[in-house]
Design a protein around this ligand. Structure first.
Ligand code: 6AU
Length: 272
């Protein structure tokens, strides 16, 4: 039985009009920053840069930088990573005014994730504005990351997009509770429009002070043969998402900038 905490409530609209959002004052500084960028650049788009060539990732950031609020990386898939990569990406992000999300999906004990976050080759804590973590391992993962945090905010995976995943309503509810208990560091969730009834409950329970970032967004909803599920920008926004993560829908197109513009318009106009 789920608690009242996660029951469907009607007092909050699922779509927060972006211009009215600033009356909610409890929000983390990173959430505030995203909202400010969204308003200024009229975008709630996050581009997922899943190339294995660092130069291509930087080219993509230059091409779509004016259209996005957040740029998402997977540094561990880069075949030519050097410390120059985050330095160059940071320069583009401050020039084009977007934030950087390293999609590392931490999933180990606190002590190990602390090392993974701050040390090794990538030194993620030195440059990422956002990182994300699985809550399956309990709140120690949040403490471990917090211990090494310099200037990042944490996103928790409350849902995932692949077909047949084991995330359920109970898991999402416990994840929202963990976020509320650590709201100095946790600023939002990954949610999926493929289970809209759960996404709505996450939004209701989390309120407007947390971001919900939703991957699995594409105009063409055909899957990728590897389990990924896709929904439209409208479906995600109507069910409580505020940031839309788009990868292949943009970087597999011939004109990255034009594709990003189409997703920017669709996502931002759906916000109302
Ligand atoms: O648009 P795509 O399918 O090309 O890329 C989606 C991006 C990928 C995934 O690693 C990521 O979003 N993702 C995540 C994230 C962001 O945490 C969670 C999830 O459940 N599904 C998903 O696709 O970079």
């Amino acid at each position: 039985m789920l608690s009242d905490f996660f029951a469907e409530k009607n007092f909050l609209s699922l779509k927060f009009p972006i211009t009215k959002i600033f009356k909610f004052q409890k929000m983390n500084n990173f959430v505030k920053k995203v909202r400010e960028i969204s308003l200024e650049k009229k975008t709630n788009l996050c581009v997922a840069a899943d190339f294995v060539d660092a130069e291509k990732v930087l080219k993509l950031a230059e091409a779509v930088g004016d259209k996005i609020a957040i740029f998402k990386t997977h540094v561990d898939i880069l075949e030519n990573f050097t410390p120059d990569f985050p330095r160059k990406l940071k320069e583009i992000s401050s020039r084009k005014n977007f934030l950087i999300f390293e999609d590392r999906k931490f999933a180990d004990i606190g002590n190990t994730v602390a090392h993974q976050f701050a040390r090794g080759i990538y030194k993620i804590a030195d440059w990422a504005d956002f990182v994300n973590a699985h809550t399956i391992v309990g709140p120690g993962i949040i403490s471990g990351l917090k211990k090494e945090n310099k200037n990042s905010a944490l996103i928790l995976l409350a849902q995932m997009t692949p077909a047949g995943n084991l995330f359920d309503e109970n898991y999402a509810e416990k994840t929202v509770k963990m976020a509320r208990e650590n709201s100095d560091f946790v600023c939002g969730f990954i949610g999926s429009a493929d289970r809209p009834e759960i996404l709505r409950k996450i939004r209701n329970a989390a309120g407007p002070d947390f971001l919900i970032l939703t991957p699995g967004i594409k105009f063409d909803s055909a899957g990728d043969g590897l389990g990924q599920t896709y929904n439209s920008p409208q479906t995600a926004i109507e069910n409580g998402a505020d940031i839309l993560i788009v990868g292949r829908g943009i970087y597999n197109s011939e004109n990255w900038e034009a594709a990003a513009e189409k997703y920017r318009v669709a996502g931002f106009s759906a916000r109302g």
